[in-house]
Design a protein around this ligand. Structure first.
Ligand code: DQA
Length: 142
């Protein structure tokens, strides 16, 4: 599970938009959910585009799927698009806020064309929904 720039500030950054749940809370919840599902989950947050590309390339060889909130890089990063394309893994793109009802510059995603599913506007719960979906998707794929 990858989180992009400024998501380390969840809980204090614009809580009226992103909620009061911290990234540590979200990761603890996903860890517990993954254990119940019998899956291993690895967490990574970075404010740096290249580090996120490196993490996607690592997932490509070590992982079964990717949950990613690319944050502002959603709207700018062809590098993340290309890394996800090369990974050839199921990808769930998550946004805490509904980017489609916000500023126009948030309404285009370079990541969505590479996403199996997109969850936006469900708040922190969106990450749990993403993991539920990914587990079912992987089980279906065998
Ligand atoms: C976000 C939405 C992005 O537009 C923004 O830059 C973020 C967070 C979200 O989770 O709602 O940092 O990805």
């Amino acid at each position: 599970m990858l989180n992009g720039p400024n998501l380390n500030l969840l809980g204090v950054r614009k809580p009226e938009v992103y909620g009061r749940t911290t990234l540590a809370d979200i990761e603890a919840s996903l860890k517990e959910q993954a254990q119940q599902l019998g899956l291993e989950i690895v967490f990574m947050q970075s404010n740096h585009e290249g580090d996120l590309v490196d993490a996607i390339q690592q997932a490509r060889v070590q992982g079964a799927g990717i949950i990613i909130n690319p944050a502002a890089y959603t709207h700018t990063s062809i590098a993340l698009h290309d890394a996800l394309e090369a990974a050839e893994l199921p990808v769930v793109e998550v946004h805490l806020s509904n980017i489609h009802r916000r500023e126009s510059f948030r309404q285009h995603s370079f990541v969505s064309p590479q996403a199996t599913a997109v969850i936006a506007g469900a708040g922190a719960r969106g990450y749990n929904l993403a993991l539920t979906f990914l587990a079912e998707h992987l089980a279906q794929q065998g």
